[in-house]
Design a protein around this ligand. Structure first.
Ligand code: 6R9
Length: 658
């Protein structure tokens, strides 16, 4: 975020109190804050009440939190439940089997609908199939699928068996799949032949084939089978004995399956996310606490009435939002939801609004980058559709600037809907900061307040709470039910990354924040080398190491430069090797390197620009000063260069850019 943005935020004075009509029907009331209390003991008790109210426990728990060995927490640890049973069977048993669970829209215009009874039957079949393939409690299953119903079915089937899924976003490359499959020692990969994107079929299986091919030294991955969903209809290579078609196999198994109970702390999933080093972190989430907080927040933040609402989160299941607010939260609450396979502008720029109109979506949860894109296209596009079913809007992924917030409410929400800006992370598992619609007076641009039961502070480097309007670091000061339980296979990195800056009981989120005089929190962006591009986290180090892996590159520095649409964009500064000077001189060096990063990591990591430079700005201790490169990338006057080893470097770089 730039200094200008922060300045604008400081002067944002618009306020939107809840309307009487909305408040009168709201699920969440001010009482929730009272019930959550003010002490750690009261908050733990509150979560115990929520866990019992919102979930079905095969075996009730008697303990809430065990925090005797921070930062390693357990919640409800002597209780037992089945996550999939909570999302499926119990709704059918309660008489809601005919309620629609999923309204799926494919990009080319096909659609499928699943009631809770139908989805339950599908997941039972899939669970039987996975069992037949040898999947047992604790085994890891990688899922690399487009947003088709089978993605949701596969996740729930894995959960039903007490196994652990790791969903890999369909835009990631073969190399990224291989790293994740290896790190998690996955036994099975579930993929598709291909999926639809921007009007074309993009193949998925070749990336899986490449990822699973034996190394040069003959080492294979731990994967025994690949289950392939038919979606794109594209030709695929086939490895006999390893590869199986999902539809053929599923037709052969029974649709009866009894869900067994697993301990509350049974691992549910690993989701890889970018950190400050090159290697993605496998964030581990477990069952009971996670499901409690996602169900609680989904119900109260989105004001969910499961009998009436049609809820749509536009996130892909490859991200945490897709886990918590497409699969687990909404299904645990028995919601009816829409899921959409494709891009917002295919085949026309009004596609999202057409879907809202068709399904009478009442709650929409989207990312600021999408809102800003729609803003640029103009209000005449949504104006062509009937959006009057919308009654609540949500935002997630990055700070939403006040102008986008107000546009979202006015143009999409008809000037009346509350907009809830929800701050949370892959690591937090569920929403941590958000207004409660019907209770909170909304402030555009601020994520506002901790949800009931959550303790958050903004502190300075010395761990003192900052004063009103002072910038600081966002910390969570007490454990919470959906907190990450670790980094897969790397407890030291877990402690070091999140729990060492302010001691082992304080979670350091990596975000800068400011609290205003009303106590509302404003997020100011990452304080580490993690970028946020269209709401997706990317690590500067990961992209730099991809760049230097190209023979043309000697050294690379990557920064996140602010971008009107995507929030931040990847901008790379590259020094080429002397021996490759000719190649570097070629006009297409930038294009080659952009393509190289896209092939290695995935298209989302492709730099917006690659600048070939002769030097990089470094401190005397050899640290690249990204702050200065960001100034250049954003076209600003270059800031303080006095700590540079060579103070002329920046004028040289700036000249190259002009
Ligand atoms: C859910 C999700 C987490 C990072 C987080 C922060 C940024 C997310 C935000 C927000 C300001 C919001 N972030 N929501 N910043 N306001 N409402 O996005 O998880 O992909 O792990 O990203 O995203 O910087 O630290 P994840």
């Amino acid at each position: 975020m730039t200094a200008d943005n922060i300045d604008n935020l400081l002067h944002e004075s618009r306020r939107f109190p809840p309307s009487d009509a909305f408040a009168a029907q709201a699920v969440a009331t001010r009482d929730l804050y009272t019930q959550a209390g003010t002490t750690p003991a009261e908050r733990q008790e509150f979560w115990g009440v929520q866990a019992r109210d919102l979930l079905h426990w095969h075996k009730p728990f008697s303990r809430t939190l065990d925090w005797s060995n921070p930062p390693f927490a357990t919640w409800f640890d002597d209780g037992e439940l089945n996550v999939a049973y909570n999302c499926l069977d119990r709704h059918v048993i309660a008489g809601h089997g005919d309620r629609v669970a999923l309204n799926w829209e494919g990009e080319p215009g096909d659609s499928r609908t699943f009631t809770y009874a139908e989805l339950t039957a599908e997941v039972k079949r899939a669970a039987n199939l996975l069992t037949a393939l040898g999947i047992r409690q604790g085994d890891r299953v990688a899922i690399y699928l487009p947003l088709v119903p089978e993605a949701v079915i596969a996740m729930l089937a894995v959960a039903r068996l007490g196994a652990v899924h790791t969903v890999i976003f369909g835009g990631f490359s073969a190399e990224s799949i291989r790293d994740r499959v290896n790190d998690a020692s996955a036994k099975l990969v579930i993929t598709a032949d291909g999926g639809y994107r921007k009007g074309r079929v993009f193949p998925l299986k070749p990336a899986v084939d490449a990822a699973l091919a034996p190394d040069a030294d003959g080492t294979s991955t731990t994967v025994r089978n690949v289950l392939v969903v038919k979606r794109g209809g594209n030709d695929v290579d086939w490895v006999e004995g390893r590869d199986l078609w999902w539809d053929e196999e599923i037709a052969q198994v029974d649709s009866e399956h009894i869900a067994k109970a697993f301990p509350a702390e049974n691992p549910l999933f690993i989701l890889y996310t970018s950190g400050t080093t090159g290697k993605p972190k496998g964030i581990l989430h477990t069952s009971g606490g996670y499901l409690t907080q996602v169900a609680f927040t989904h119900k109260n933040v989105f004001d969910l009435k499961p009998e009436e609402d049609v809820y749509w989160s536009t996130a892909d299941v490859g991200w945490i939002t897709g886990h918590s607010y497409v699969v687990y939260g909404p299904l645990a609450n028995g919601a009816t939801q829409v899921i959409y396979e494709g891009t917002p502008d295919t085949p026309h720029p009004g596609r999202w609004w057409e879907i809202v109109q068709k399904h009478k979506v009442s709650i929409l949860y989207a990312a600021p980058t999408a809102i800003r894109t729609f803003m640029k296209l103009g209000r005449q596009i949504p104006a062509e559709f009937d959006l009057s079913s919308l009654r609540l809007l949500g935002s997630v992924g990055e700070p939403i600037n006040p102008e986008a917030w107000v546009w979202y409410r006015d143009v999409i929400g008809g000037g009346t809907t509350p907009v809830v800006d929800t701050w949370w992370q892959t690591e937090t598992g569920a929403i941590m900061l958000s207004a409660l619609p019907g209770v909170t007076t909304l402030k555009p641009g601020s994520a506002q307040v901790p949800i009931p039961g959550i303790a958050i502070d903004v502190v300075d480097e010395g761990f003192h709470s900052t004063g009103a309007d002072q910038g600081g670091l966002l910390v969570v000061t007490e454990p919470w039910p959906s907190m990450l339980r670790g980094i897969w296979g790397d407890p030291d990195r877990f402690v070091e990354t999140y729990w060492s800056k302010f001691g082992p009981s304080t979670y350091f989120a990596g975000d800068g924040a400011r609290r205003d005089k009303d106590g509302d929190i404003w997020l100011l962006g990452r304080v580490d080398d993690v970028m946020n591009v269209s709401g997706h986290r990317l690590s500067t180090a990961e992209i730099e190491s991809s760049l230097v892996s190209h023979p043309m590159v000697a050294e690379a520095a990557v920064v996140g430069a602010s971008d009107e649409t995507t929030g931040q964009a990847v901008v790379a500064f590259v020094i080429t090797r002397a021996s490759q000077a000719d190649a570097a001189a070629a006009d297409d060096a930038g294009a080659i390197l952009r393509a190289h990063v896209a092939a290695q990591i995935g298209a989302i990591a492709r730099p917006r620009e690659v600048f070939i430079v002769t030097e990089l700005p470094k401190t005397r201790s050899g640290k690249i000063m990204r702050r200065l490169l960001r100034d250049v990338a954003e076209g600003r006057e270059v800031g303080d260069t006095t700590t540079l080893a060579d103070t002329h470097v920046m004028s040289v770089i700036s000249k190259t850019m002009r």
